[in-house]
Each structure stands twice: as C-alpha cells, then as structure tokens.
Write a protein that binds this ligand. Structure first.
Ligand SMILES: Nc1ncnc2c1ncn2[C@@H]1O[C@H](COP(=O)(O)OP(=O)(O)OP(=O)(O)O)[C@@H](O)[C@H]1O
Ligand SMILES: [Mg+2]
Length: 389
C-alpha cells in the first residue's frame, strides 16, 4: 500500500479511537499511537519533502552560468573565472559540471583517461542524486533533512589532491556528470532515472536543500559554480538553476539570441513561481566583443566595440532586459534596481574577444593566461560575481 493509503487508514482509526473509546487512558494511548503513525507516514512520504526549500547558508554561495543559446562562452568563461576565484579566494571552490558533454571537466582535469576516476570515486552528480534518494537513512526518511549519511562531499574530487591535475590550485574541487565523463570517450550514456528525479517537483528541492545543507556544516566557506548546457530544460540545467542563488548570463551581441533568452527567463521564472528556485539573474555580460580604435569606454563596455552595429545591438539587448525585468521582476530585480544615473552599468559588462589564445588551455590549463585586455575584463567580471567576504 502507498503511504497515502496508510495515512488514510491512520486518520480513520484515529477518529474512531477518539470518538468510540470510553476508557480515557486507552483513548489517550491509542490517539497518541495513531497520531505517531500519521506523522511517520507523512514524514516518510517524498511529497512532504517538497515543502523543503533551498535554505540559504552564510558559508555557501552558488552561482550558475546559463544561457539556452549554445556557444556564447559559458564554459570558456567559467573556466577563466574559476581559475581567478581559486587564486584570489580562501574559500573552497566547487565546480559542478552540469553539461552533458563534460567540457569544463576536461578543461580543468586534463586527459580523458583520468576521467574514469570520477565514476570510481562516486564523484558525479548522478551518484549524488542516487545517494540522496535511493538509500536515504532511516532518520532522513522520518525527519526529512539533516539525517546522517548524505553528504555532497562524498561526490566530489579535489583536482590537485586526487592528482587529476597536479598544477591545479589546492582549493579546487569538481563534481562531474557521469554522461559528461562518458562523452569524453565518445560514448553515449543516458541517465533516465536521474533525470526523472530531477524533474520531480517533490524531489528537486529536497536534493538542492540537502546539497547546500551538507556543505554548510563544517569550517569551510564554499563558492560553487555550475556550468550548464545550451538548449532548453535539460534536467541537469534545471538542477543547477534550482540549486543556485545567482545566475550569470553570457551574451552574444546578435539579436537572434533574444527568442532563446526570453524562453530562458520564462523557464527560470516558472521554477521560481513553483517555489523550486530562489535564484535571480544578477549579472549579464557581452562576450567575445571586438575592440575598436580609441579604446573609449561605453556604458556597457570598458572599451569601444569596433562595430557600430555591435554597439547598437548591445543597447537593444539592454533595453530588452529592461522590458523583461518588468515582466519577470522576481528573477530580474537586479536589472530593475540599477540607478539610471550610473555612468557604468552595474548589471552588464563586457569581455572582449581573446582570439585563439583564449581557448589555448588544453595542455597546460593552469599556466595559460589570456591577453592583457581580456584579463582585465575577466577580473572585472570576477569581482562582480564574487560575493563580498
Ligand atoms: N571571449 C572569447 N574570446 C575568444 N574565444 C571565445 C571567447 N568566449 C568563448 N570563446 C570560444 O567560443 C567557443 C564557444 O565557447 P563555449 O564552448 O564556452 O560556449 P558555451 O556557451 O559553453 O557552449 P555550449 O552551450 O555548447 O556549451 C569556444 O571555442 C570558445 O573557446
Ligand atoms: Mg559549454
């Protein structure tokens, strides 16, 4: 029998016990016992988990890099940002690679032969999901979160300590995706069971809250960055958006991206409305913009874009965000709260085109530095994303 049936039976018996029994002691004892059964049934039902919201914790900050449009620079910029975060911050930096292709995992960890280590060490998102739902401890089932057993720490690898890459900073951790790791060796691997759980409105908030709560215990401060895929409504992207406080959106300067952007806003907003996410879009940046002569800053960029059309498009995209902020104030409050008198925009910034050297990091990822101008753009972006310590 399902838990709802048991709950119904307990309710009927409870009512009968209270109304029929004449002996006050037995009436009280039966009522207490049956009330206990009722509470246990409710607690053990997965549906009751859906009331658990992703609680904020002082020492855990979670940011997703997201845009439904592919190829806008989510992974490449995430890679450069992570290196900065790891070198300037005393926090532990956790990268959660929510891409089906494992691009960021490969960039941070090197050759694909090493990637099986994630599977062997259970350091994958899918393994964390299984841990959270398939084998919940008895206490967790009864009392919800906080029980013994589950910890996101059991599902990540320290890149340096685990010798995935000896040049990596010592505070860099990674949680890969099982299918991303498989994709590195040209294998197709699906995870329908994990995706089903990540699409379940009862299960998802429980996972997000358990993930964050398990990292909040202990002395460490955590800065967590999720990379996501282009495309709509992948289960892993959904998880990233639900587990995050903040979303950062890389943009191209062509207007073709706008239909995808509005769908992404709608998607994030629907997660917020359902109470599945508390994430807000706090930052957007135009990526791979070509610098013009004179290097004069504009309101949207710390330099003058080479093409007038590019500059006009950037302004159009900014206006589009302003309009969307009126439609979706819950997720775009950071756009709406800008002071119009500001000379430099606090929501948008720009990363210039770094040419081939920007991506030349496969062999020696921790030593490669982008060119000076791009370096400054990335520093500026990193400062805006890094929470005040
Ligand atoms: N600022 C930049 N300068 C030069 N090249 C860049 C810049 N940003 C991104 N690129 C290059 O553009 C290509 C696409 O970038 P990237 O893979 O990061 O996009 P993505 O948004 O992660 O794509 P997907 O949605 O497919 O995961 C890569 O070859 C990357 O090296
Ligand atoms: Mg990518």
């Amino acid at each position: 029998m399902g838990s709802n049936t048991w709950t119904g039976v307990a309710l009927v018996l409870l009512t009968a016990a209270i109304t029929k029994t004449e002996d006050p002691f037995w009436s009280f004892a039966e009522a207490t016992l049956l009330l206990g059964i009722l509470v246990l049934q409710l607690r053990s039902s997965e549906r009751i988990w859906s009331t658990k919201r992703a609680t904020r914790h002082r020492n855990v900050s979670v940011t997703s890099i997201a845009n439904h449009k592919g190829g806008v620079g989510k992974t490449e910029c995430a890679f450069h940002l992570i290196k900065r975060f790891a070198s300037v911050s005393a926090k532990q930096i956790l990268v959660v690679d929510c891409s089906l292709y494992g691009d960021l995992t490969r960039k941070l960890c090197g050759p694909s032969s090493e990637l099986d280590r994630f599977e062997q060490s259970n350091a994958t998102i899918e393994s964390m999901v299984e841990d959270c739902f398939r084998n919940p401890g008895r206490l967790e089932r009864i009392f919800g979160l906080g029980g013994a057993g589950f910890s996101a720490r059991n599902h990540m690898l320290n890149v340096k300590e685990s010798a995935l890459h000896s040049d990596a900073p010592s505070n860099l951790w990674i949680m890969a995706s099982r299918r991303g790791v498989a994709a590195q060796s040209s294998r197709l691997h699906d995870e329908p069971a994990t995706d089903a759980l990540l699409s379940e409105s009862g299960a998802l908030p429980h996972l997000c809250a358990a993930f964050r709560a398990s990292l909040s215990t202990g002395q460490d401060d955590w800065l967590i960055l999720f990379d996501t895929d282009g495309g709509e409504d992948h289960a892993l992207t959904r998880f990233a958006l639900c587990a995050s406080d903040k979303v950062v959106v890389p943009l191209r300067t062509d207007l073709d991206a706008l239909p995808r952007l509005i769908r992404m806003f709608g998607f994030l907003n629907s997660l917020t409305v359902q109470g599945l996410s508390t994430a807000a879009i706090t930052q957007a940046f135009f990526n791979q913009v070509v610098v013009g002569d004179g290097n004069t800053p504009t309101q949207l960029a710390p330099f003058k874009p080479r093409s007038k059309d590019t500059e006009a498009n950037m302004e159009r995209i900014r206006d589009f965000f302003d309009a969307a902020a009126k439609q979706y104030p819950a997720i775009l409050g950071a756009v709406a709260s800008r002071k119009l008198s500001d000379t430099s925009d606090t929501f948008f910034t720009t990363v210039r085109n770094g040419g081939a050297s920007f991506a030349r990091n496969a062999d020696d990822p921790y030593a490669t530095k982008p060119e000076t101008g791009v370096d400054a753009d990335l520093d500026r972006l990193a400062e805006r994303i890094l929470p005040a310590v």
